[in-house]
Design a protein around this ligand. Structure first.
Ligand code: 5GP
Length: 190
């Protein structure tokens, strides 16, 4: 019988390039499937419910917290809740898939604690706060206030890097992608 699916947890500050790395890994490893999180923030242009996130109202989110439906959840930004549903991870593992997560730093460490050896927690490190700020500004889907909030949060998140199984420095994207691919290949075959 096939071994149960493993968990690849990718975290890092907003603007670190983690979403690009997750997309690359999904293309490189066909058995990997993306864990769709639940969240209470409003849907952005181009997003689809049930694909990017399961979009919930704050009340619905709190009901699911109460009924123990989350493996982990965090108030990632004031008033915006994000969490990993037990049902989502079960759905993918039952289908024989490995699961990849794009979640915040604290959520990542909580999942790692829960799944232990079945999981690898990878931190994507931006070259510097200045570089990160520049990337976020270029992306500029957010207001200045929100951007400052993300930069402040990034500084805080960087302090958790040493708790991860692996840190990948995203200075040059092609190299970071290769390193991520090698790390995941080694983990999935171990
Ligand atoms: P965004 O609003 O830009 O889609 O995501 C904001 C942050 O929430 C990102 O750092 C993302 O990784 C994180 N996030 C997304 N899903 C989850 C989740 O299920 N749990 C936790 N703890 N964080 C999440």
């Amino acid at each position: 019988m096939e071994e149960p699916g493993k968990l690849v947890i990718i975290a890092g500050p907003s603007g670190s390039g983690k979403t690009t790395i997750v997309r690359h890994l999904l293309g490189a490893f066909p058995r990997l499937a993306f864990s769709i999180s639940a969240c209470s923030r409003t849907m952005r242009k181009g997003e689809t419910d049930g694909e990017d996130y399961y979009f919930l109202t704050t009340d619905e989110f709190h009901d699911k917290i109460k009924s123990g439906e989350f493996l982990e959840w965090e108030e990632v930004y004031p008033g915006s809740y994000y969490g990993t549903l037990k049902s989502e991870v079960e759905r993918l593992r039952k289908a024989g898939r490995h699961v990849i997560f794009d979640i915040d730093v604290k959520g990542a460490l909580n999942l790692k604690k829960h799944f232990a050896q079945d999981a690898i927690a990878i931190f994507i490190q931006p070259p510097s706060i200045a570089a990160l700020e520049q990337r976020l500004r270029l992306r500029s889907t957010e207001s200045a206030d929100f951007l400052n909030q993300r930069v402040a949060k990034a500084k805080y998140e960087l302090s958790f890097a040493p708790d991860f199984d692996k840190i990948i420095l995203n200075q040059a994207l092609p190299e970071a992608l290769l390193e991520a691919e090698k790390t995941v290949a080694d983990f999935l075959s171990s």
